[in-house]
Design a protein around this ligand. Structure first.
Ligand SMILES: Cc1cc2nc3c(=O)[nH]c(=O)nc-3n(C[C@H](O)[C@H](O)[C@H](O)COP(=O)(O)OP(=O)(O)OC[C@H]3O[C@@H](n4cnc5c(N)ncnc54)[C@H](O)[C@@H]3O)c2cc1C
Length: 542
């Protein structure tokens, strides 16, 4: 490593990890008037937080496990996020067909869903007769079909949620850098945190930053900076994978939730951005967590078996699949139970200004952030007990004027956009839409191929969102690498023509980026039929 330089500015806290947990802490710290720095070793949302099932949910399975408080917090969070981020977090209907002798009974579902509705403060479920079920989910397996339950949860673009939290936090005075890795913690003579040693992953430069608090929000990597203080209790990385199909194969407006016949786990087929996602699996991830995870052949077959079970007449095979995505759950475990029985609750460990927060769910990121800041309060400036107590969470003060100006400007240059498309933009970019409008023309406010993503989003991200390579742009700033066949490679000339002016990349760099993106996509996001298993793992047991 090159010689380390020291930064004069001291931060109130440094947050390590730019997934939803770190982004939530960062956003909340800014909201509380603190001066935070967030560092992410790869790209923002590179880890699990861009690879989830995109559900903002209470989690019916937690209810089944008797975890009433966890479910209640998650349901409340879902309701809050729907209010704060419309267009980014949107309502989503679910339907779960019920069968005689297989899966949960109507009685159990009715009881669970009544509780679920009670927690949300309104009735959010309904019962469908056999006929109504077949109308809503054509081609669903008819054998032993009794009826179905319908209920409401919500859906989010996970990576965009992370980015919204980070960029809102930056606009509020925080600083955030991607491709900056935390190597180790600097301590003073008393053993408490005095700083953190960082490495700029692009230049190799070392940097020492002063701070009394480090929040370690590195998910599945957490024990690298802070080994578990509890004997025998460690992170057990569990991989979950999804297959992606074109939405036109089976147009649905709701999630089909079903029980996999092989291991009785819930699996989902859900619509997202004109595509269909099928997932997820839950298997031990035994290879290096610092490499991009990817689906194995066994996982793909498991998911296809589940699909064939619930929709036996649907003519679909792995050859129809256009992409795949896999993520690693940071589960804290004594490893005594099977993967799917592991608890999804988060933990907080603290030790002299170092606070680790890991586990949990995307849905409850704000609760993790509150717990982490509370654990760090003794070391934060101007601390008082009440400041970090669980207060009612309000959205970041909307910069009224700026938002109104952005809305007016957008209306002028994007007449053709539907109200939903406008809401989608404000949900994802907040008042930063004004930056988009400033650099885009009317022609940019059109969709990229079959996706709901606008060319304007691509240009805005390239210009304003710390894009360091093409994968950042196509897999996380926008998600077209997942939605288009071949990862969007067939559109690459047009993408280059549109975004090259906004990136400081000459033609040689563009060729290099294109090759690197192609490799990342092939290794980690291609449909299973198109790739050799680079994980080289032993076969998965289901
Ligand atoms: C398949 C799957 C489906 C899921 N579906 C849902 C769902 O539908 N709803 C839901 O609520 N939850 C869901 N979850 C859970 C949820 O996605 C995770 O709980 C959440 O994303 C974890 O976020 P995180 O920020 O803690 O970790 P991550 O997103 O993994 O972020 C950690 C970051 O830390 C960075 N990092 C690591 N080491 C360092 C270092 N030394 N210096 C700097 N940076 C570092 C990594 O690069 C990474 O980006 C799902 C999880 C999986 C795997």
């Amino acid at each position: 490593m090159k010689e380390e330089k020291s930064i004069g500015k001291a931060y109130d806290l440094v947050i390590v990890g730019g997934g939803v947990t770190g982004a939530g802490v960062f956003h909340e710290a800014v909201r509380r008037g603190l001066s935070p720095l967030l560092v992410e070793a790869n790209d923002f949302a590179w880890g699990t937080s861009s690879r989830s099932s995109k559900m903002v949910h209470g989690g019916l399975r937690y209810l089944k496990e008797g975890k009433i408080l966890l479910t209640r917090s998650a349901v409340r969070e879902r309701q809050r996020l729907l209010t704060v981020y419309p267009g980014l977090v949107d309502p989503l209907n679910f339907i779960m067909p019920l069968y005689e002798g297989h899966g949960p009974s109507m009685g159990a579902m009715k009881f669970g869903l009544s509780l679920y509705s009670l927690m949300a403060g309104e009735k959010q479920h309904q019962i469908f007769s056999r006929g109504q079920t077949l109308d809503r989910v054509p081609k669903v397996c008819r054998e032993h079909l009794l009826s179905a339950v319908g209920f409401k949860d919500a859906q989010v673009d996970d990576a965009r949620l992370v980015l919204r939290l980070i960029f809102d936090g930056c606009d509020g005075g925080g600083q955030a850098f991607n491709y900056t890795k935390a190597l180790s913690i600097e301590r003073n003579a008393r053993g408490t945190v005095a700083g953190v040693h960082l490495k700029d992953m692009r230049t190799g430069e070392g940097i020492l930053v002063k701070t009394p608090v480090v929040i370690n929000a590195t998910g599945a990597f957490a024990e690298a900076l802070h080994p578990s203080p509890v004997r025998g209790f460690h992170i057990r990385p569990l991989r979950g994978s999804h297959l992606v199909f074109p939405g036109k194969l089976y147009p649905i407006d709701r999630v089909i939730s079903f029980i996999h016949p092989l291991d009785k786990r819930p699996v989902f087929l859900f619509p997202w951005e004109n595509c269909l996602f099928l997932g997820t699996t839950d298997v031990d991830h035994t290879t290096d967590v610092s490499k991009e995870p990817c689906i194995t052949e066994d996982e793909a077959n498991y998911l296809m078996d589940g699909l064939a079970h619930i929709l036996p007449d649907l003519k679909v095979s792995l050859d129809d699949c256009i992409a795949s995505i896999a993520g690693v759950r940071p589960i804290l475990s004594k490893k005594k139970v099977s993967a799917s029985k592991e608890s999804r609750e988060h933990v907080v460990w603290k030790e002299g200004g170092l606070v680790t927060v890991t586990g949990g769910k995307l849905t409850t990121f704000q609760l993790l952030a509150m717990d982490a800041l509370k654990a760090a309060q003794k070391y934060l400036p101007g601390h008082s007990k009440n400041r970090y107590a669980k207060t009612k969470i309000e959205p970041r003060a909307a910069s009224g004027g700026k938002l109104e100006i952005a809305k007016e400007a957008l209306a002028l240059c994007s007449e053709g956009l539907s109200p939903q498309a406008v809401q989608r933009l404000f949900g994802r970019y907040g008042d930063r839409v004004h930056q988009m409008v400033a650099i885009c023309s009317e022609a940019d406010f059109t969709c990229i191929a079959t996706t709901q993503t606008l060319w304007a989003e691509l240009c805005h991200a390239a210009q304003n969102e710390q894009v360091c390579n093409l994968s950042d742009l196509l897999l996380r700033r926008v998600r077209i690498g997942l939605f288009l066949p071949n990862g969007g490679m067939d559109l690459m000339d047009e993408i280059q023509a549109r975004v090259q002016p906004f990136l400081a990349w000459d033609d040689a760099r563009w060729i290099q980026e294109r090759k690197a993106y192609e490799k990342v996509w092939q290794d980690a996001y291609a449909p299973p039929a198109q790739k050799i298993n680079p994980l080289n793992e032993p076969p998965n047991k289901f």
